[in-house]
Design a protein around this ligand. Structure first.
Ligand code: ZN
Ligand code: ZN
Length: 182
């Protein structure tokens, strides 16, 4: 056992991937104390099994953790994906440039993007935007936060940007309110 802990930056990134404080504690308890430890874990399924993280969050975490391992090669070059690059939710394969929402993954044949639900109208589908009302989807892990902001009366189009700009502490406070309503 080491008493090493994930860095503040790593924790913030993990929070952005949908890992809450409980999840972070579970990672530490499972012995994960650095990004490199995720390579030992190997895949999202194992991560979910050892930490109890939700599958969605586990997949995002592994995509992040393994993505850099794969791209920081011997030459030391790091490829930074542009934000609109889509990786398959099932096998993490990077989708081609002409990829369109709803396309099947070229590598594993499953629908590359997860289906998300619209926090505004309840319609669900793949892609970045709701086909029912045009609202930008929020991360699956933050769906309930979006519902809470909606309840608070924020305009539809402000909610996704607001969530993205929110500091982890603000999100924690919002989560606390979500839990109170359960
Ligand atoms: Zn795939
Ligand atoms: Zn909608």
């Amino acid at each position: 056992m080491s008493n090493a802990e994930l860095s503040v930056l790593e924790k913030n990134i993990l929070r952005a991937k949908g890992v809450n404080d409980q999840g972070l504690a579970a990672l530490t308890a499972a012995g994960i104390s650095s990004k490199a430890d995720f390579a030992v874990v190997g895949d999202a399924e194992t991560l979910a099994a050892v930490t109890g993280l939700e599958a969605e969050a586990a997949e995002r975490v592994m995509a992040w953790a393994m993505g850099e391992t794969a791209t920081s090669g011997a030459a030391g070059t790091v490829t930074i994906d542009s934000p609109d690059v889509v990786h398959c939710a099932h096998c993490q394969a990077r989708q081609p440039k002409d990829y369109k929402s709803g396309d099947l993954c070229l590598s594993c044949g499953q629908q590359a993007e997860p289906t998300r639900s619209c926090f505004w109208c309840g319609e669900s589908g793949p892609g970045q935007f709701c086909r029912g009302c045009g609202t930008r989807f929020v991360a699956i892990a933050e769906f309930e936060l979006a519902l809470m902001l909606r309840r608070d009366g924020y305009p539809r189009d402000d909610i996704p940007t607001r969530l993205q700009a929110m500091a982890p502490a603000e999100k924690d406070a919002l989560w606390a309110r979500v839990r109170q309503l359960r």
